[in-house]
Design a protein around this ligand. Structure first.
Ligand SMILES: *Cc1c(COP(=O)(O)O)cnc(C)c1O
Length: 487
């Protein structure tokens, strides 16, 4: 057994130093050799569980043994999100400074519920969300707060929208109130599922979420939005929130926020903008046209953990109505009252959670290490890679692109000349993707667009370079040839 601190049972500081150095070496080697790992593990469900003991060890074990087991039993079940050939979903990749920031926040282990419970947590969070607001070119009126994920950020935005209705739901709740109108939330049919989930959790009800039709480029049709709002009002319902998306999850389409903002203003509806993935591109002057109208939004969510090299989790909600958000969530028991309340921010007042990790630290490290220009360059390069891949797809008659390439994501499918039946095309593309993923060399994911099985390639990983995108294209064409000969 390891020599623990006799008084506390914890690892003695000198052992921590030694093991810590070893672990950093381990992590550095892992990152250095990441391309030697299969992107996706090749295992059956339950396999990792089977490798582990059914019961916790009664006595403490050596750290060496733990690390050994990590390599033997855990790594085989890891999907390597930091791998340059991870091109599925929206890939979250972490950077050196981000990893080190995460490590230090565990070292301090502060709980930033109140300013007083750790002033640096509150003030650094205030500073970095304001820096980032300037980097994105957002209006100075926006107040920012860090949550874990975009799902949670949007939950808070929709809760604030609900609070603004003057239906006193905070005090009286929703149940057994016959005088309440139905509250209606609007988003496009391409909106992220988290919006519906948030509406479910907030008592809005799934059937009161209107998923508005999209145009051929997968953008919300504003004339349809207008009509449905009218119809809902005629029925005595209360439209209270519209969610517009900049960079939808399936295709990265961009809703016409400017037009939607006009409608919301006229109808007195809260406008929430979900830019979880694509929001970071507002840092680039050439992308500004996608963000027209954002200044008129009541809230805006962006996830640095998706495309800004920040270890999961890190999402920022900006709102021009922090007082309403606070009104929805603030509740201070006696034991949490402090004296300086008018001079400082207690972030616990703006959300469901009391305890808060020191997330701002890793983001501060990242912004300082890369610099604004460094971050802009990475994002610009990822978008160049997406356009390059898209060009190869467009030039090859065996493929068809299925959505505009707005950011770092390309949607396409294979359309070999001799296969014209839609069902066969769907099967062929699904099998193509699965056969690629089985190689362990590349990880792709899919969506369905107008009934078509659509393969997505995402080039916004920190370690993804042109050679990886070229190899990905070569592997896809190679597997397509193989699949065609089989069929
Ligand atoms: C990924 C994504 C989300 C959800 O993000 P989480 O942080 O995982 O909750 C929400 N909206 C959009 C548009 C996304 O792409």
């Amino acid at each position: 057994m390891s020599e623990t601190n006799q008084m506390t049972g914890d690892m003695p500081v000198e052992e921590f130093r030694k093991v810590g150095h070893q672990l950093i070496d381990w992590a550095a080697d892992y990152l250095k050799n990441i391309e030697t790992f299969p992107v996706l593990p090749n295992i059956e469900p339950g396999e990792i569980e089977k490798r582990l003991p059914k019961e916790a060890p009664k006595h403490g074990e050596d750290f060496d043994k733990i690390i050994n087991d990590l390599e033997k039993n855990i790594i085989p079940g890891i999907t390597h999100w930091n791998h340059p050939n991870f091109m599925a979903y929206f890939n979250s990749t972490s950077s050196g400074p981000g990893i080190l920031g995460e490590l230090l926040s565990a070292v301090f282990n502060t709980n930033g519920m109140l300013w007083k419970s750790s002033p640096a947590n509150a003030e650094l969070e205030f500073v970095v969300v304001n820096w980032f607001k300037q980097m994105l070119g957002l209006n100075q009126d926006f107040f920012g707060i860090v949550y874990d994920t975009a799902s949670t950020s949007s939950f808070h935005a929709i809760a604030a929208a609900r609070e603004r209705t003057s239906l006193k739901i905070r005090n009286k709740g929703l149940a057994s109130r016959k005088e309440l109108p139905k509250l209606i939330l609007y988003a496009s049919e391409q909106a992220h599922s988290s919006i519906e989930k948030d509406a479910i959790a907030l008592g809005i009800g799934k059937e009161n979420v209107r998923l508005i039709e999209v145009d051929k480029d997968f953008r919300m049709k504003t004339n349809v939005l207008k009509e449905i709002i009218e119809e809902d009002k005629k029925n005595g319902f209360l439209p209270f929130c519209v969610v517009a998306t900049i960079g939808t999850t399936s295709t990265t389409s961009v809703d016409p926020v400017d037009e939607i903002a006009e409608i919301c203003k006229k109808e007195n509806i809260w406008l929430h903008v979900d830019a979880a993935y694509a929001g970071v591109t507002a840092m680039l002057p050439e992308m500004k046209n996608f963000f027209k109208g954002v200044d008129k939004a009541d809230s805006f969510v962006v996830n640095p953990h998706k495309w800004l090299f920040t270890p999961v989790d890190f999402s920022i909600l900006y709102t021009t109505k922090p007082n309403i958000l606070k009104q929805a969530f603030s509740l201070t028991p006696e034991y949490l009252k402090t004296q300086e309340e008018d001079k400082i921010i207690n972030y616990m007042d703006y959300g469901i959670q009391l305890g808060r990790r020191f997330r701002a630290l890793k983001f501060w490290f990242i912004i300082r290490y890369f610099g604004v220009a460094g971050l802009q360059n990475r994002i610009r390069e990822h978008m160049r890679l997406a356009r390059l891949f898209s060009k190869w797809i467009d030039e090859n008659p065996n493929f068809e692109r299925l959505a505009p390439v707005n950011f770092g994501t390309v949607c396409f499918r294979a359309v070999p000349q001799d296969v014209r039946n839609e069902e066969m095309l769907n099967n062929l593309n699904e099998e193509l993707m699965e056969s690629i993923n089985r190689t362990g060399k590349l990880f792709l994911s899919h969506t369905k667009l107008n009934g078509k099985f659509t393969i997505r390639v995402v080039t916004s990983g920190l370690r993804t370079e042109e050679r990886h995108v070229r190899e990905a294209y070569e592997l896809i064409t190679e597997k397509l040839t193989e699949n065609m000969t089989f069929n």
